[in-house]
Write a protein that binds this ligand. Structure first.
Ligand code: FES
Length: 164
């Protein structure tokens, strides 16, 4: 079971300034590491919990994790930069993650990405959302959108429209 639901339920914790996490945030990151027994093999779980709690894994949080797990910041940076789920700064909650894998490419994901680019709509590439039969597939926040079009994505971003 992850650490974050136990302490974050119902709380607003995103309080980042330009310098990274606050003292309270740092204490929370240390608590997350302690929850996992300061185990280096729990790094991905720790990063997920910190990402969920703070909407990012800031450089300051990475330093705190490195010290707590007794691993290098380079190791954390390697994992943090490899997985698209982790970011170094808070992201918009309703960011669009558009599947660019083969099945979605075959039904227009590249064209959809180009349309979003022309419209100035920010989006990120991900590779397979497990919704291949209803491609192009996208995630907006936690909401899965199938047969994605600019209109369907706009509706989903606004909190309306149908799920697929
Ligand atoms: S290839 Fe796009 S959801 Fe699987």
């Amino acid at each position: 079971m992850p650490f974050w639901p136990n302490i974050y339920a119902g709380k607003t914790l995103i309080t980042h300034g330009e310098t990274g996490v606050s003292k309270t945030d740092r204490e929370t990151v240390e608590q997350v590491c302690a929850w996992y027994g300061h185990r280096a093999d729990a790094l991905i779980e720790i990063l997920h919990d910190v990402q969920r709690a703070h909407a990012c894994v800031s450089d300051e949080a990475a330093r705190t994790i490195a010290a707590s797990l007794n691993i290098s910041r380079a190791e954390i940076q390697g994992v943090r930069s490899f997985y698209a789920d982790f970011s170094t700064a808070p992201r918009a909650e309703r960011r669009i993650r558009l599947c660019r894998a083969e099945a979605c490419q075959a039904v227009g994901a590249d064209q959809l990405a180009a349309e979003l680019d022309r419209a100035g709509t920010p989006h990120e590439a991900v590779y397979c959302l497990g919704n291949c039969a209803l491609g192009p597939a996208a995630l907006i926040g936690e909401r899965l959108v199938g047969r994605a079009t600019p209109d369907r994505l706009a509706a989903a971003s606004a909190g309306s429209g149908d799920d697929d």
